[in-house]
Ligand binder design. Structure first.
Ligand SMILES: [Zn+2]
Length: 166
């Protein structure tokens, strides 16, 4: 059984820069370990990167969240140096959810990363809709939300939608 780990938006801006939180900082070692496990087993690892440009503040997302972040090429946009991206596929996604997962071949998917309540839940539900017959799971010890309360709320939503939350 082929397993795929999707590491969502583990970028400096979401960890300890523009939109960072103490909870996000805390999960970095767990995510690092998770990636190592997948690599050791020869399983697939895919990273996503939230990617904006200089016009961010005038985009629909920027109007609702006027905090400049993840500008392509900036330090905040980079995936944390703690995480091993070598050999992994990296997807630059302009919005919360990536609509093109459907073009991939998956047998089992696990999601980790940031933020539980925005991009993790968005992608988990897109994947659930596009691949209703495969196991999709989320490791909550490798996720953090904008707040601890909205992290918990998103985990509940995903559980209700039959995503396995550990
Ligand atoms: Zn963004």
């Amino acid at each position: 059984m082929k397993k795929t780990l999707i590491v969502v938006d583990m970028q400096n801006d979401f960890i300890d820069m523009a939109l960072g939180t103490p909870e996000a900082v805390k999960i970095v070692p767990n995510v690092k370990k998770k990636i190592e496990e997948y690599k050791k087993n020869g399983d697939e690892v895919i990273f996503t990167r939230d990617t904006h440009h200089d016009d961010y503040l005038s985009t629909p997302e920027g109007i609702k969240l006027p905090v400049v972040h993840c500008i392509e090429g900036s330090k905040g946009w980079q995936i944390s140096d703690e995480l091993d991206t070598e050999g992994a596929k990296i997807i630059n996604k302009p919005n919360f959810g990536w609509p093109n997962w459907k073009d991939g071949k998956f047998e089992e998917i696990e999601l980790v990363g940031l933020c539980t309540d925005i991009c993790v839940v968005s992608n988990a539900l897109i994947l659930k809709a596009q691949f209703p017959d495969i196991k999709i799971s989320v490791d909550s010890s490798c996720c953090a939300g904008v707040t601890p309360a909205s992290h918990e709320a998103a985990l509940t939503t995903m559980k209700m939608c039959q995503i396995d939350v550990y």
